[in-house]
Write a protein of this length. Structure first.
Length: 245
């Protein structure tokens, strides 16, 4: 994790204390809660979760370079990137308990799903080098440690860490965005996976890409900007939910 401030026993809470982060994340959470309370909980058919995951898979694939449109993804007549994203989304929710118990195992399984049939089997789910292994191990330890940070902050950090560390030989963006959604599910923000954070990032694509660069290269200012951006993206992801309209 980029060094945003002196180390503490709860680094995620430390990030939450950066100016404006707590209030921005609280506002985003309020919007998600209102959506799920006022509309989502009245219409909880499994097909809504399936539609949300499909929309997320499509948006994530486009961010990864896919040229497929949503209807091509829906029909299964899409490019390899989109098909990898769908493979990952199809089994994602089953990994929620795994994420809580063994984040490394969850990350490895996500990469295996995305990369299956496209990369050498011996590289599936394995960090590409020692530096990548160290970075993802640090992230796993952070996830397993107690924290007072809101789940939205945890999700944003998981996303940015996996996207910028790029620990696997391929499909790192797909894994990062899937892991972000999985944190929202596993930590109770969106247990039925009705919010579409991937679509929020796609709607704000220029900001998304510039803020990821800032997280990787910009020190404390870059981390701070990413977290403020992420709150905006989560609000956009709620608007993209199939229960939003």
């Amino acid at each position: 994790m980029p060094d945003a401030a002196p180390a503490t026993s709860d680094p995620l809470a430390r990030l939450t204390s950066l100016e404006g982060v707590a209030s921005a994340m609280a506002a985003a959470r309020d919007g998600i809660d209102a959506l799920l309370r006022d509309r989502g909980l009245r219409k909880t058919a499994p097909d809504l979760t399936g539609e949300s995951l499909l929309r997320g898979a499509h948006a994530s694939a486009v961010l990864e370079g896919s040229g497929a449109d949503l209807e091509q993804v829906r029909s299964g007549n899409a490019d390899a990137v989109a098909l990898a994203s769908v493979r990952l989304s199809t089994e994602l929710l089953g990994l929620a308990p795994v994420l809580g118990a063994s984040p490394l195992q969850a990350f490895a399984r996500m990469h295996t799903l995305a990369g299956k049939g496209e990369v050498d089997e011996e590289t599936l789910g394995r960090p590409r080098d020692a530096g990548s292994a160290a970075r993802v191990n640090d992230l796993a330890r952070t996830l397993l440690a107690p924290t007072t940070a809101p789940a939205l902050v945890v999700a944003a950090v998981v996303h940015a860490e996996l996207a910028t560390a790029a620990p696997f030989v391929s499909h790192n963006g797909l894994v990062a965005r899937a892991a972000e959604r999985l944190v929202l599910v596993a930590r109770g923000v969106d247990p039925k996976a009705l919010v579409v954070p991937e679509a929020g990032h796609l709607a704000l694509r220029a900001q998304y890409e510039s803020n990821l660069r800032g997280y990787r290269e910009g020190g404390q200012a870059g981390v701070h900007a990413w977290l403020l951006y992420a709150a905006e993206a989560y609000a956009a992801g709620a608007e993209a939910s199939p229960v939003a309209g």
